[in-house]
Design a protein around this ligand. Structure first.
Ligand code: IPD
Ligand code: CA
Ligand code: CA
Length: 264
């Protein structure tokens, strides 16, 4: 099976499992990671384990980076083929309920750049998929970013993250909040970035993401005509340890960077 079919099939199978678990989420086992707002569920672990098993058997030898236990790591050799997994992006939304804002994310990267990626939204069944040079799709419909080109009309997602991200978020995006037209927050990076790919949103901002939060959504957005960089406009290489991310429809990208860094 090729990588495209592998990603689509693996995500579709797991969406059913996660949807069932959401229905009985009050019985799901939850543990704390760094602090009470940083949580992990048995469903995150089960989804990761299922994806890791499938990748190992279909593509033995490929590197695997994933958010949870044992795989939260970056490859030493940036040129390896690496699978990047977020078993549930938006775990807080899954646990407390925030329909339908959580997704399963799986990307394949080469040279630290995602070349194919899928995000499935279990509660709607929507499958987003992008492949470098081949466009991106929501189910069978081709995705295209919005045509908004004026900052004052931009509908922006400022992803507030956890409490640990808030001081940085307030400091970095004060000028953005004062200048854009509308502000939203799904608090699930994959949904926020895919919403830029669909044209529902025009820009997505975050001060502290890890590669699993955006690898698949990055290629989906870029193939829809959007742009993804660090907050200073430098390339978003997945494994560089950099954190801030700006994902836009491309048309407002440079203007937003100037607004984030008015002194530059
Ligand atoms: C989180 C979500 C959220 C973002 C956080 C991430 P998780 O991922 O993407 O939108 O603000 O920084 O950690 O923990 O739900 O997989
Ligand atoms: Ca996660
Ligand atoms: Ca995540």
């Amino acid at each position: 099976m090729n990588e495209r079919d592998f990603i689509r099939e693996a995500l579709s199978n797991l969406a059913v499992f996660v949807r069932e678990k959401y229905a009985s989420r009050r019985n799901v086992c939850i543990s704390e990671k760094r602090e009470a707002n940083d949580i992990l569920t048995e469903v995150d672990l089960a989804v990761q384990e299922k994806l890791v098993e499938r990748i190992k058997s279909a593509f033995p030898g490929d590197f695997i980076a994933a958010e949870e236990e044992g795989f939260s790591r970056f490859p030493e050799d940036p040129n390896v083929r690496a699978w990047v997994i977020d078993p549930i992006d938006g775990t807080q939304n899954f646990v407390r309920g925030y329909f339908p804002s959580f997704g399963i994310s799986l990307a394949l990267a080469e040279g630290g750049v995602p070349i194919a990626g899928g995000v499935i939204v279990p509660m709607t069944g929507d499958l987003f998929f992008g492949q470098r040079g081949h466009g991106s799709f929501r189910n069978d419909s081709r995705l295209e970013v919005s045509s908004i080109s004026t900052v004052g009309l931009v509908r922006a997602e400022i992803d507030f993250g956890g409490p640990w991200d808030r001081p940085g978020t307030l400091a970095a995006f004060d000028t953005v909040m004062r200048n854009v037209g509308q502000i939203r927050c799904h608090c699930a990076a994959v949904i926020g970035i895919c919403s830029v790919a669909t044209g529902d949103m025009d820009a997505y901002f975050h001060v502290g993401l890890n590669p699993w939060d955006y690898a698949a959504a990055q290629v989906i957005l870029e193939e829809a005509g959007g742009k993804v960089t660090r907050l200073d406009g430098s390339p978003a290489y997945l494994f560089d340890g950099g954190h801030g991310l700006l994902a836009t429809n491309g048309r407002v990208h440079d203007d937003l960077i100037r607004i984030i860094h008015p002194q530059a």
